[in-house]
Design a protein around this ligand. Structure first.
Ligand SMILES: Cc1cc2nc3c(=O)[nH]c(=O)nc-3n(C[C@H](O)[C@H](O)[C@H](O)COP(=O)(O)OP(=O)(O)OC[C@H]3O[C@@H](n4cnc5c(N)ncnc54)[C@H](O)[C@@H]3O)c2cc1C
Length: 553
């Protein structure tokens, strides 16, 4: 098998030799190191590599080169290898250019010269970038394969599940990929049994449920212990942070998620405002780091496993799952987050998973290569989705009811969108109908001012609007606000029912619900900030209140 490439370029021969030496020293077993001092040679070589189907994992470029700056070179390289990580080697005086390049070429990192010792200043950064690249990399013919129809909701659910749980897989669309039929023949799979998964060891699973597939892939939906100090329901940023703090502070902790770790943040293509990551990081990267960290502290992670109900009996909280199993814990953190509102429209329902997707920009982007796609929503998630889709789609149209994005989206995303030629913002526009046969093919749009309607070709519609908390399943008398978000702490006092249910002489702790020992953190909590960092902060904070609660019970 051909190894993926690390491509280094620096016009200074001495520096080039040093970087080549350090890269070989650390990465030669897993990567081929290509290095050149000439921009011309590099620009001639890249198309050749592309033609041969070679993979480039990382570009490492000097900034100051005579014929072209490193940022300009990376911009060219990005056109051919958009998924490769990009790092700039900079002198101290060029750091401003590097920071600007974070937006211009979506730079992943800049490394200040000299980088001695590489064990401290080079390898940790490159290890991170390469791990991140590996987690998205789908090697040609190895590993897990998923075969199905592109516009089938069941195939979409499996893709979403595999990606969410960070399993690398290769997607084969039976209608457009000849090797899909070859695989079916090889494994005696009939098309009526699709979607099918072929595991690395050759085991075939036809139309698997998510829990069957999860179990075959080594995920654990069942708890190993009868009693835990802390059960965390929902493994988005809030739940993951609570798990890291619970585990690291010695609480016997179980973390449960109905789908995969990461929550909404896990679906984000690039989180740019999370502290400590100046070049942004993908939701998958954040999730991979956080779940590894939690498990290192001994946290047990159950997924896919949906919690159906909770009951409080004295100091014990009983948590029942959809598969009939039960976990008992002394305290609970509810971090079940939110889901996108459905656009109430029958014609859209018909195509959900077959052209219409709720928030799934990262899983489906490649299916829309060279085709026009539409986005509904004007928030940051819609903006990120548009940027991600613009890498593959022929054109991305963002439909918003407001005249523009200024009131709903962060300026950095508005700027990125404005400088991306294949994205158009359509203000005062509503999607009124989806048309098609097996899959969505066109959309009917209405201009809200003129009421004029137009029918446009649309291969995909990605919806990122409004959010609704995952709290319908909570039957016990936990007080929620009128929209279903969980009330906590001092806010509880304003609800008339609070006095009837709260039986303690103390006030509830800041993130405690009206049921002592049950806490809420992150987007599911009334008054939450809907940010990764605030969810993480609340998850960590909730654990400190869990300690206080456990100390008095
Ligand atoms: C595409 C996108 C991009 C975003 N970009 C940014 C950004 O750049 N910066 C930023 O600060 N914020 C961003 N956000 C917002 C941010 O992701 C959320 O605020 C954050 O994820 C909230 O975390 P949470 O843990 O509270 O909930 P969530 O992330 O919603 O996680 C909740 C988890 O609970 C699980 N769950 C729900 N019900 C159950 C149940 N009954 N049983 C078991 N598990 C259950 C769900 O499967 C889910 O995994 C973005 C959101 C989206 C969707």
């Amino acid at each position: 098998m051909r190894l993926p490439i690390i491509f280094a370029i620096d016009d200074d021969q001495q520096v080039l030799q040093a970087i080549q030496h350090d890269l070989r020293q650390q990465y030669r077993k897993k990567y081929r190191i290509l290095a050149t001092s000439s921009v011309r040679e590099a620009l001639d070589t890249l198309p050749e590599l592309k033609k041969k189907g070679e993979e480039i994992a990382l570009f490492l470029s000097d900034q100051r080169m005579p014929s072209m700056t490193g940022v300009e070179f990376l911009a060219q390289a990005r056109k051919l290898f958009p998924n490769a990580k990009r790092a700039l080697l900079t002198a101290y005086s060029d750091i401003d250019a590097a920071v600007r390049a974070i937006n211009e070429v979506q730079l992943d990192y800049y490394i200040a010269k000299p980088w001695d010792p590489p064990e401290e200043k080079l390898y940790p950064v490159l290890d991170d970038l390469l791990d991140d690249w590996q987690s998205d990399y789908r090697p040609g013919h190895e590993g897990l394969k998923l075969i199905g129809y592109q516009f089938s909701p069941r195939s979409h659910d499996l893709k979403d599940f595999l990606a969410g749980n960070l399993f690398p897989y290769r997607w084969l669309d039976i209608e457009s990929d000849p090797s899909a039929q070859e695989l079916l023949d090889l494994h005696d799979i009939e098309t009526k049994d699709l979607p099918a998964v072929v595991l690395e060891n050759g085991t075939v699973l036809t139309q698997p449920s998510l829990s069957d597939l999860g179990e075959k892939l080594g995920l654990r939906p069942k708890a190993s212990q009868a009693l835990y100090d802390l059960a965390i329901i929902g493994a988005g940023p809030a739940g993951l942070a609570a798990a890291v703090y619970g585990g690291s502070e010695g609480l016997k902790t179980v973390l449960i998620d109905k789908r995969a770790p990461g929550g909404q943040a896990g679906t984000s293509s690039r989180i740019e405002n999370y502290l400590g990551f100046p070049s942004g990081l993908s939701g998958a990267d954040l999730t991979r780091r956080a779940i590894t960290q939690a498990q290192r502290f001994g946290v047990e992670f159950l997924a896919p496993q949906e919690v159906m109900s909770i009951k409080s009996q004295g100091q014990y909280k009983h948590i029942s799952m959809v598969d009939g199993s039960e976990v008992v814990a002394r305290a609970i953190i509810l971090s079940t987050g939110v889901a996108y509102h459905k656009l109430e429209n029958k014609s859209l329902d018909k195509f959900t998973g077959a052209g219409v997707y709720y928030g799934a920009a990262t899983t489906e982007a490649y299916a829309f290569k060279g085709k026009p796609v539409y986005i509904v929503g004007g928030g940051n998630s819609a903006g990120q989705g548009a940027m991600y889709l613009s890498r593959t789609a022929s054109h991305v149209y963002i439909c918003v009811r407001r005249p523009d994005l200024t009131e709903t989206m962060s300026q950095y995303l508005i700027d990125q969108i404005a400088s991306t030629p294949n994205i158009t913002v359509m203000g005062c526009t509503e999607v009124v109908e989806a048309l098609g046969n097996e899959r969505m093919e066109c959309l009917v749009l209405e201009n809200m001012d003129s009421k004029e309607r137009s029918t446009v070709e649309a291969a995909g519609l990605f919806i990122f609007i409004g959010t609704k908390p995952f709290t319908d399943w909570i039957e016990m008398d936990i007080i929620k606000d009128p929209k279903g978000f969980i009330a906590t702490g001092r806010d509880l006092a304003k609800y008339a029912d609070f006095k009837k249910v709260w039986r303690y002489s103390r006030e509830p702790f800041a993130l405690e619900t009206c049921s002592a020992g049950i806490f809420a953190a992150g987007d599911v909590r009334a008054g939450a900030m809907n940010r990764v960092a605030s969810a993480v902060g609340e998850g960590a904070m909730a654990v400190s209140f869990v300690h206080k609660y456990l100390a008095e019970n």
